[in-house]
Design a protein around this ligand. Structure first.
Ligand SMILES: [Zn+2]
Length: 349
């Protein structure tokens, strides 16, 4: 999902508009303060509705004021609002449209009526605004406020990322095979066994153990440094190989597990997880240098799900099999294919 934050200036709003918007600003602020004070003093409970508020704002705006006050009150208690608050209306109660001559107009209810007013649209927001007009995007709440003599509105536009022509490459990093990558729709994959990393760790562990027995503390720490350097070299090599693999496809996009989503039971939680984290970082910055976008995806269920039909399958060692559609595949490649199929969020190193 792509989210574009839009702030736009209203184009020459008439005096009657500006007067009413100023009035709405004041009423909106008073509404919120009325709610906060009422809750603090115990005058009414949280189920307060627009019926209990006596002013001239359209109910869509009053409702938004109550919602905001509720959220502020639960976070900060006895809030005192300043005068220069924007007033707001929820996403369903305002409009963005174009007039016959192509002017972009924002419409929202206020005190006496709905006001439709042109906004200034510059190149940086022209594309998302057009998507919204065409009905290919969603909008969030609208906020309206004054700065100096000018009036502005601000809102977000949200739409699905345009992925036509891209080749998603799912990357699974883990203990058994350190790197498994699948290019979605290309029938090509890459699998690197974790053998070398395991060998490095085993070799240095036994060295450390024998040095510890001999009481050679400084020598033991040096061995730890050497092990880290070996792993770092290995991660550089692996990430370069992956970038080379990715570069053979048209507009590659690398998708990897979101670290936030890593759970206790995954191989990432072990003592060597820094090894995997470092590999992911190397992939991210090398990809960016090569002009390849990296996305992080929710890795939930990627090793249990059949990448062909979506059913839950069974894993037996390296082999994954699905009883629904009969598919059998290398378990880590099945996982990487699931990752390739997921929509992700942009990721930076
Ligand atoms: Zn299946």
């Amino acid at each position: 999902m792509v989210t574009v934050a839009v702030t736009a200036k209203f184009h020459n709003p008439s005096l009657s508009r500006r007067k009413e918007w100023q009035q709405a600003t004041q009423l909106y602020r008073d509404n919120k303060q009325f709610c906060i004070d009422g809750w603090e003093n115990g005058d009414f409970d949280k189920s307060v509705t627009t019926a209990s508020i006596n002013n001239n704002l359209y109910s869509a705006i009053q409702n938004q004021a109550i919602r905001e006050a509720k959220s502020d009150h639960s976070k900060d208690g006895a809030v005192r609002y300043r005068e220069s608050q924007p007033f707001a209306v929820n996403n369903q109660n305002w409009e963005l449209d174009t007039t016959e001559n192509g002017t972009v107009v924002v419409g929202f209810p206020c005190v006496s009526q709905w006001w439709y007013t042109p906004i200034e649209v510059y190149d940086d927001i022209a594309d998302p605004v057009e998507r919204l007009v065409e009905g290919d995007a969603d909008k969030t709440r609208l906020q309206v406020y004054r700065r100096g003599d000018d009036w502005y509105c601000t809102f977000n536009i949200e739409y699905a990322a345009d992925t036509a022509g891209e080749t998603p490459i799912g990357v699974d990093i883990g203990e058994r095979h350190i790197l498994a990558a699948t290019a979605h729709g290309e029938d090509k994959s890459m699998l690197v066994s974790g053998g070398e990393a395991k060998y490095v760790r085993r070799k240095y562990r036994s060295l450390r153990e024998s040095l510890a027995e001999a009481g050679a503390l400084r020598a033991r720490n040096r061995v730890g440094d050497k092990e880290q350097r070996r792993i770092t070299d290995l991660n550089h090599k692996l990430s370069r190989r992956l970038i080379t693999f990715a570069e053979q496809f048209a507009n590659p996009v690398i998708r990897m597990e979101d670290l936030e989503g890593i759970r206790e039971d995954s191989s990432w939680s072990g003592v060597h997880s820094w090894h995997f984290h470092q590999l992911q970082q190397f992939i991210t910055y090398k990809a960016e240098r090569a002009g390849i976008r990296v996305e992080k995806v929710d890795a939930y269920h990627t090793s249990q799900r059949c990448s062909a039909c979506g059913s839950t399958g069974t894993r037996d060692g390296d082999h994954f099999s699905c009883s629904e559609c009969g598919r059998g595949r290398h378990a880590d490649l099945n996982a990487s294919e699931n990752i390739a199929q997921r929509e992700g969020d942009p990721c930076t190193a």
